[in-house]
Design a protein around this ligand. Structure first.
Ligand code: PBG
Length: 336
C-alpha cells in the first residue's frame, strides 16, 4: 500500500474509539413509553405483544411506572382499553371525565408529580363500537368518517385529558384540522400550557396489527385508508407536517418508524427546528420479539440497532415498547 494512506479502520479499532466518534446517541430520556390502561381487574398480558400488559388503573400501574422511572424512562403515553359493552357509535368513553384515561392521568400525576411527562393519545377508535377513529355516516350507500364532527369530539377529549393532568395531548386520528380545533379548545379552557404532539404523518399500516389486538380497536368494516396516509407517499408528509405546525402543533410525529426512516429524515431536514417524534409501533416490536424467541436474531443488538437507526434518521423522541428493555441494555453499554 502507498503512503500516506487514509485508513478509516483506525477509528473502528477499539470500543473506546468507536464510542468516542459515534455520531448518534440513544438515551432513556429519548423514550416515550406507551401504556395500555383498562378500567379494572388484573394486569393482563397482551398475546400479540410479548412483555406488554393491559394495566388496570391502580397499584400495579403505579408500580410499573415506578420501575420505568428508576430506569430513567419518565415519559409515558396512555391508551385506553374498553370492554365492548362500554363502547358506542360516537366513542363517549373517550371524553368521559371519569373514563379510563383521565383516571389513569390523575392517578399517575398524584403519584409522581412533575417527575413524569404524561402524554394522552386523542382518538376514538378504542372507544367506538365500529372501531373507526371518528363518527361514521352514510351517503349515497357509502360509509365515511365525518371529519368536522369528529374533530369537535377530539377537542372535547383533549380538554378532558388536559383537565385530568396531561402535559401533552396527542391526536392520532388523521382528521383534517384536528390540531387547530384542539388548540382552540385548550386555549378557550385556559390550558395554554398543555402542548400538542401531533401524529402528523401517520400511515395506513399493517404494522399496527398487534396494537389493534391490544386495544381491541380494529375497524369492524373497511379500513383506515381514507384518513391515514398512503405508504407510497413521502413528500405528502411535508404537507401534513406543515399544516399541523400552522395549526399549532408543538411536536410532530412520523409513524411507523422503521419502514419510514426516509420520511423521518425528510421531515427533519425540512423542519430542523421542530421537535420530531417517531413511533416505533407495535408490529415493529412484535416482529423483533417473535424473531428473537425463535432464535433467529440477537434481541439486544437488533433492538438497539433499530433505536439508533431511528435517532440517526433524525428523530428526537422515540415512542417505543422496547423502552424498559432498552434502558436496561443501555446501562450495560452498547454492543457496537
Ligand atoms: C389510534 C392509534 C393506533 C396506534 C396508535 N394510536 C392504531 C391505529 O391507527 O389503528 C398504533 C400504535 C401501534 O401500532 O403501536 N388511532
Amino acid at each position: 500500500m502507498q503512503f500516506p494512506t487514509v485508513r478509516p479502520r483506525r477509528l473502528r479499532a477499539s470500543k473506546l474509539i468507536r464510542d468516542a466518534v459515534a455520531e448518534t446517541s440513544v438515551d432513556p430520556s429519548d423514550f416515550i413509553y406507551p401504556l395500555f390502561v383498562k378500567p379494572r381487574g388484573e394486569p393482563e398480558p397482551i398475546s400479540a405483544m410479548p412483555g406488554q400488559y393491559r394495566w388496570p388503573v391502580g397499584e400495579p400501574l403505579v408500580k410499573h411506572v415506578e420501575e420505568a422511572v428508576a430506569l430513567g424512562v419518565n415519559k409515558f403515553i396512555l391508551f385506553g382499553v374498553l370492554p365492548d359493552e362500554l363502547k358506542d357509535a360516537v366513542g363517549s368513553g373517550g371524553y368521559d371525565p371519569e373514563g379510563v384515561v383521565p383516571r389513569a392521568l390523575r392517578l399517575l400525576r398524584e403519584a409522581f408529580g412533575d417527575k413524569v411527562l404524561l402524554f394522552a393519545d386523542v382518538c376514538l377508535c378504542e372507544y367506538t363500537d365500529h372501531g373507526h377513529c371518528g363518527v361514521v355516516k352514510e351517503r349515497r350507500g357509502r360509509w365515511y368518517v365525518d371529519n368536522d364532527e369528529t374533530i369537535k369530539l377530539y377537542a372535547k377529549e383533549a380538554v378532558v385529558y388536559a383537565d385530568a393532568g396531561a402535559d401533552f395531548v396527542a391526536p392520532s386520528g388523521m382528521m383534517d384540522g384536528q390540531v387547530a380545533e384542539i388548540r382552540k379548545a385548550l386555549d378557550a379552557h385556559g390550558f395554554y400550557d398543555v402542548g400538542i404532539m401531533a401524529y402528523s404523518a401517520k400511515y395506513a399500516s399493517a404494522f399496527y396489527g398487534p396494537f389493534r389486538v391490544a386495544a381491541a380497536s380494529a375497524p369492524k368494516f373497511g379500513d383506515r385508508r381514507t384518513y391515514q396516509m398512503d405508504p407510497r407517499n413521502a413528500y405528502e408528509a411535508l404537507k401534513e407536517v406543515q399544516l399541523d405546525l400552522e395549526e399549532g402543533a408543538d411536536i410532530v410525529m412520523v409513524k411507523p418508524a422503521l419502514a419510514y426512516l426516509d420520511v423521518i429524515r425528510l421531515v427533519k431536514s425540512h423542519f430542523p427546528w421542530v421537535p420530531l417524534a417517531a413511533y416505533n409501533v407495535s408490529g415493529e416490536y412484535s416482529l423483533v420479539k417473535a424473531a428473537a424467541a425463535a432464535g433467529y436474531v440477537d434481541e439486544k443488538t437488533i433492538t438497539l440497532e433499530i433505536l439508533f437507526a431511528i435517532r440517526r434518521a433524525g428523530a428526537d423522541l422515540i415512542l417505543t415498547y422496547h423502552a424498559l428493555d432498552a434502558a436496561r441494555w443501555l446501562k450495560e453499554g452498547t454492543p457496537f
